[in-house]
Design a protein around this ligand. Structure first.
Ligand SMILES: *[C@@H]1O[C@H](CO)[C@@H](O)[C@H](O)[C@H]1NC(C)=O
Ligand SMILES: *[C@@H]1O[C@H](CO)[C@@H](O)[C@H](O)[C@H]1NC(C)=O
Ligand SMILES: *[C@@H]1O[C@H](CO)[C@@H](O)[C@H](O)[C@H]1NC(C)=O
Length: 206
């Protein structure tokens, strides 16, 4: 169909809405037309729907922030089910740097300790909170967020649920400073000089 000046405005509005809806749909996991998706046609048992990869993962001696995921890569039965988990362990003073999940909202539950969290919306407003054991916080889909254990003695453990089997991760420091974007582009964008950009890049290599 050709769109020209005689095309009715209502038709145009309808087309625009269809486009908007199909765009929204692309940012969600696909609906599947079967009960579940198996990697092959052989019969699967209950064990296919069971994942034990998070058993006994708590490590009180961790030195660095650690994420252990149970997404569709680790647990193939999640394919098509639009859910997944990650367990986050923060050593004393550990931080999960600003990042986004392009395909899912994140619902975080603090299991042990006290955790500083926050996200920034598209108006650049920061929403931050101090969560204690048993508190939940939702990070809206696609928005930049972080978590920080400001306690220098105790560890924190949190569990995050995602509304996607493959939420995706885009770390702000890494995606901006470790992917080969030209130093001049970064210096201009961050309103600083090239040596400062290079210093940040070196720091992120470790
Ligand atoms: C089919 O999938 C099941 C469950 O993942 C697996 O145990 C089995 O080895 C697979 N068979 C073939 C032929 O790939
Ligand atoms: C923790 O991170 C530091 C710096 O990134 C790294 O050198 C070290 O190997 C890591 N330690 C462990 C136990 O992963
Ligand atoms: C939010 O962050 C600011 C620092 O940017 C801090 O002073 C404030 O206490 C935080 N609010 C909560 C509720 O944690």
């Amino acid at each position: 169909m050709a769109i020209n000046s005689s095309t009715s405005p209502i038709l145009l509005l309808a087309l625009a809405m269809i486009l908007a809806i199909s765009r929204t749909a692309q940012a969600n996991d696909p609906d599947i037309l079967t009960d579940f998706i198996t990697p092959n046609t052989s019969a699967v048992g209950a064990s296919f729907f069971t994942y034990s990869g998070l058993n006994g993962i708590y490590n009180p001696y961790l030195k660095n922030f650690t994420v252990i995921k149970a997404s569709m890569t680790e647990f193939p039965a999640l394919n098509g089910q639009s859910v997944s988990y990650a367990v986050l362990q923060f050593p004393p003073a550990g931080v999960n740097p600003p990042h986004t999940h392009p395909r899912a909202a994140e619902l975080l539950l603090v299991i042990m300790g006290t955790l500083e969290v926050g996200f920034v919306d598209t108006k650049n407003v920061l929403f931050n909170q101090t969560l204690k054991e048993g508190d939940m916080f939702v990070f809206p889909k696609g928005l930049v967020h972080f978590q920080y254990n400001k306690n220098h003695i105790q560890s924190v453990i949190a569990v995050s649920a995602f509304g996607s089997a493959n939420a995706g991760l885009l770390s702000v420091p890494k995606s901006v400073f470790t992917t080969g974007i030209d130093d001049n582009v970064l210096a201009k964008s961050f309103k600083t000089d090239v040596p400062t950009v290079q210093k940040i890049k070196i720091g992120l290599k470790n």
